[in-house]
Design a protein around this ligand. Structure first.
Ligand code: NDP
Length: 445
């Protein structure tokens, strides 16, 4: 069967992956660029190539029983989707959040496969997690859950086979508990998880890598418009790992960060979040796990319950919270208020309709698979350091991260630049597609 048309392909995919809305959305966004490309490149008009590319190698679902602080037995559902390993071991984070479903993990694993194919190293794509909600859980409950989760996950991972990391709800504390359980069972564990604390084998700068990398990418983008970050107003959403480190690097490079948010509301700081405020936020969010509503008065910021940052006028927007957080209305507000560039720190934070609105306003959008690739890039560097036993300094890792983000940017240009116009979404999708398709064809998968 040769490639037919996009509608037919998508309706078959939707039938086969019934109810998996986010997974179908992620595939559709890639295929909108791939279909016209294949028409002009018959070498990829290969029977069932796109079906092969969109069928995960395997998807594991498992029960995770655990005991809460009241002594009540609880159960959650765990997942690991090993999407594609033609480029190397499956690599991608674990998410603990009540919205986690098979569709969410499959979309993330699909995105991760394309993201990893933009990197200079050989990494396949995977993702995992659970619908466990860490919010409001005691440290003891988190510990017990992580132990139970790893007791099953251990059957599916290994340092040259599948190497998970963190994502929403999984930071260095959870990685530590997961890693500890892995080692108890297997003794040998170096390199099976990334995002570990640097004191026991993690890479320096891994916590900062996704946020910093996203800002390095923004610098590359702005260079093309003969602009820089100095003095630019920026709205950042989220107040987790990606958001806070993106804000820190933006502030360090002279931009003014006006907002951060969480799932309850947002903070607005007209004069910008400076290093003093950000250092306070890091302790409050990462160590004390407090909400923005509690922290805002001490920071001297306004707090808006139930609001997202997108009504605040800015030149650059950095959605760094979660999928589909910018809808068409928010995109129109950003466009009308003069936003010119959107860099996705989160995975798929912009709905399809919002993407169309950005195009109408001439907003340049950089997809997460390129803009947030810094996290997995430094995870790849962590794997290299674990394999050799030789840790690199913070500045060495930072230098490598900058070079990698420049390289990812240039790979987007290879397929996304036409005259003076750059379409980063098309560039990332096609660059990833070509490498994956050629590898799938070469290996006969
Ligand atoms: P964290 O758990 O550290 O932070 C997530 C932040 O997003 C929190 O502020 C959280 O608020 C907010 N958030 C989560 N869900 C929602 C929602 N439904 N509506 C509004 N806000 C929400 O996660 P990360 O910073 O690690 O991840 C953020 C995004 O970046 C995700 O899309 C992730 O996939 C992506 N990413 C992460 C990488 C990493 O290295 N960590 C690498 C590449 C991409 P609250 O506390 O209220 O839930």
């Amino acid at each position: 069967m040769t490639v037919q048309n996009l509608e037919h392909f998508m309706s078959e995919l939707a039938l086969k992956n019934s109810g998996e809305k986010e997974f179908c959305q992620a595939v559709q966004e890639v295929m909108e660029d791939v279909f016209p490309f294949i028409r002009e490149h018959p070498e990829f008009n290969d029977p069932y190539l796109l079906e092969r590319l969109t069928e995960p190698d395997r998807a594991v679902m498992f029960r995770v029983p655990w005991l809460d602080d009241q002594g009540i037995r609880r159960v959650n559902r765990g997942y690991r989707v090993q999407f594609c390993n033609v480029l190397g071991p499956y690599k991608g984070g674990l998410r603990f959040h009540p919205t986690v479903s098979l569709s969410i993990i499959k979309f993330l694993a699909f995105e991760q496969t394309f993201k990893n194919s933009l990197l200079p190293m050989g990494l396949g794509g995977g993702k995992g997690g659970s619908d466990f909600d860490p919010r409001g859980k005691s440290d003891q409950e988190i510990f017990k859950f992580c132990q139970s989760f790893m007791t099953e996950l251990i059957r599916h991972i290994e340092n040259r086979r599948d190497v998970p990391a963190g994502d929403i709800g999984v930071g260095s504390r959870e990685i530590g508990y997961l890693f500890g359980q892995y080692k108890r069972i297997k003794d040998d564990g170096a390199g099976v998880l990334t995002g570990k604390d640097a004191i026991y084998g993690g890479s320096l700068l891994r916590p900062e890598a996704t946020g910093y990398g996203c800002v390095y990418f923004a610098e590359e983008v702005l260079k093309h418009y003969s602009e820089g970050l100095e003095g630019k107003t920026c709205c950042v959403s989220g107040s987790g790992n990606v958001a806070i480190y993106a804000a820190e690097k933006l502030n360090a490079l002279g931009a003014r960060v006006l907002t951060l948010s969480d799932s309850s509301g947002m903070i607005y700081c007209a004069e910008g979040l400076d290093q003093e405020k950000l250092s306070y936020l890091m302790v409050a969010k990462f160590r004390q796990r407090r909400r923005l509503s509690e922290i805002a008065p001490t920071l001297g910021c306004e707090y808006f319950e139930g609001k997202t940052p997108w009504h605040v006028p800015c030149r650059l927007a950095f959605p760094c919270a979660t999928q589909n957080e910018i809808d068409a209305e928010a995109a129109a507000q950003l466009g009308q208020n003069g936003c010119r560039w959107v860099l996705e720190g989160a995975n798929m934070p912009v709905t399809r309709e919002a993407g169309q609105v950005f195009r109408k306003f001439g907003v340049v959008a950089v997809p997460g698979k390129a803009a947030n690739a810094g996290g997995v890039a430094v995870s790849g560097l962590e794997m290299a350091q674990n394999a050799t036993g030789l840790p690199w300094s913070r500045s060495e890792v930072d230098e490598k991260l900058k070079l990698i983000m420049r390289d990812v940017h240039n790979r987007c240009l290879d397929y996304g630049k036409s005259g003076k116009d750059i379409n980063y979404i098309k560039g990332a999708n096609l660059s990833g597609f070509v490498r994956l398709a050629m590898s799938i064809q070469a290996q006969g998968f």
